[in-house]
Ligand binder design. Sequence first.
Ligand SMILES: CC(=O)SCCNC(=O)CCNC(=O)[C@H](O)C(C)(C)COP(=O)(O)OP(=O)(O)OC[C@H]1O[C@@H](n2cnc3c(N)ncnc32)[C@H](O)[C@@H]1OP(=O)(O)O
Ligand SMILES: N[C@@H](CCO)C(=O)O
Length: 493
Amino acid sequence: MKKESVGVVETKYYNLSEELKLESGDRLKDVTIAYETYGTLNKQKSNAILVCHALSGDAHVAGWHEGDRKPGWWDNIIGPGKCLDTDRYFIICSNVIGGCQGSTGPSSTNPETGKPYALKFPIITIKDMVKAQKKLIDHLEIKQLFSVVGGSMGGMQVLQWCVSYPDMVRSAIPIATTSYSSPQQIAFNEVGRRAIISDPHWNEGNYYTGEFPDNGLALARMIGHITYLSNESMYEKFGRRLQDKEEYGFDFSTDFEVESYLHYQGNTFTKRFDANSYLYISKAIDYFDLTENGTLSLSEAFKDVKARVLVISVDSDWLYTPAESKEIVMALTANEVEVSYCQIKSSYGHDAFLLEIGQLSYIINGFYSETLVVDVMTLNAATVTEDSSIEEAAELMLDEKVTHLPVVSEEGKMLGIVTAWDISKAVALKYDKLDEIMTRDVITALPQDPIESAAIKMRKHNISSLPVVNDQGRVLGLITTDHISTLIAGDKY
Ligand SMILES: CC(=O)SCCNC(=O)CCNC(=O)[C@H](O)C(C)(C)COP(=O)(O)OP(=O)(O)OC[C@H]1O[C@@H](n2cnc3c(N)ncnc32)[C@H](O)[C@@H]1OP(=O)(O)O
Ligand SMILES: N[C@@H](CCO)C(=O)O
C-alpha cells in the first residue's frame, strides 16, 4: 500500500468556554488549546485517535506547515496507508497546557495583567493537561476515542486518560513511559531547571521583554538530550571522533563531535521552546504519580481502566526503563485488563519511540488489527417489541434499510429476531403475529468478541447479521457481514 503524507496542514485553536479547575486548586482562565487533525471523523465518531506529545513536542505531529524544512514530529507513522492511517482514522493532536506552541502557557498573556504570565502561571499536572484535552474532545463531540497513543510524557497522558476517563478510551498505547516519575527522572529534570534558573537572563521568569535565558535553556536541553540517547548510540553516531580538528585542543573549546552535537541540539532548542514552559512541563512530569504518592497500589490506581492496552518499551531506554513498563503491565493484568506488551529492540535509547518507525508500525498495526465487534458494530440498532405487528416490523425494516430486527422486551432484553425472510414467509403463509415467525434461539455476539469469531459464527450459520448483546442479554447493536467486508476492504468505518 502506498504510504503518503497528509500534506500541508494548519494548526487550529479552541478556546475553552469556562475556566479550568486545576489539581492544585488554582483556576486557569481564557484557556486556548492548539490542535491539529488529519483524516475524517466518521458518522459514528468512532475512529478518532488522540496522539499525546512528549516534553518538547507540539500539536504539529504530521504533515507540513507552509515553508517548513521538516514535517510534523511523528509524520513517518501518520498519513494515508501509514500505521496511524488517515484513510481510516481521524487523528487529533493538541499542544499541552503549560506549553509554548499555541496552547495557553507561561508565555501567554495573563488576562489580569495584559502581560505574559511568567511565574504567575499556575502549576499544572499531567492530569490537568488531560482534563484540558478532554474539553477539546467534548468540543469535537467525540464520546469515545478509538485510541490514545503517545510516548514519554505522552505515555503518561495516555495512562492518565485511561484512569481519569475510562469510558472514553477504547484502546491505549503508552510507549517508553512510566506510571510515576522515578527519583532519577526527577533528578535530571531538576538539574535542567536549575540550569535555567541560574541563567541571569531568567530574571525570576520575567524575560519576555528583554534577553531570554538561552544559555540556561540550551544547557537544560543538553542534559535532557543525553538521557534520550544511549551510550551505544553515541558510539555509533560519534565514537571519540574530534570535531573539525585532528588533535586535542588542550583547552576548553569543543574537542569532540558529541560536544558539538549537544551544543547544536541545545542551541536549536532555544529557537523553538520557552524556558518557563520547560520549568512548568518538567515539574508536571515530576509530579506524575498514579499511585498518588504511594497511597494507592498501582493496581488500585488502574481499577477502573476499561481500555485494551498495548504497552511498548525500548530495550536501551535507561530513562524510562522496560522494568517500569512491565510494572504497568502487571498492574493492568491484576485488574484483568486486556493488555499486551512489546519491547522495541534499538540502540537509540529513549528517543527510539521517535525513530524506530518500522518496529513501531508493525507492533501498532498488529494491535489495531485485532478489531473487536464493538469497534465496528452499529450502535442503537432498530428493534421491535413482541407485541408489534408484522406490518410494523416490515415498515421499520424498509425505513431503516435493515434485514434483521431484534425483538426485545420493555427493558431492551433480547427475546428473538425477525428477518426479511421471516416477513415474506409470514405474508405467504398468512401469519399476523410476530411471535409466530420470530426465531427465539438467537445467535449473538458480545461487544468484546474478536471480529473473527463473529465472522465465523455468521459463516457457520449462514446468516448476515448478529445482534450484539451485553452480559445481561440487553441488545446493544448489530454486526453485519457488511461491517466486516468494509473493514477488510480498508474503507472508512
Ligand atoms: C514527541 C516529541 O517528543 S516531539 C519532540 C521531538 N523532537 C525533538 O526532540 C527534536 C530534537 N531531537 C532530535 O532531533 C532527536 O535527536 C530526534 C530523535 C528527533 C532525531 O534524531 P536523529 O534523526 O537521530 O537526529 P540526530 O539526533 O542525529 O540529530 C540530527 C541533527 O544534529 C546535527 N548534528 C549531527 N552531528 C553533529 C555535530 N557533530 N555537530 C553539530 N551538529 C550535529 C545534524 O546536522 C542534524 O541537524 P538538523 O536536525 O538541523 O538536520
Ligand atoms: N525527545 C523528546 C522526548 C523527551 O521525553 C522530547 O524532547 O520531547
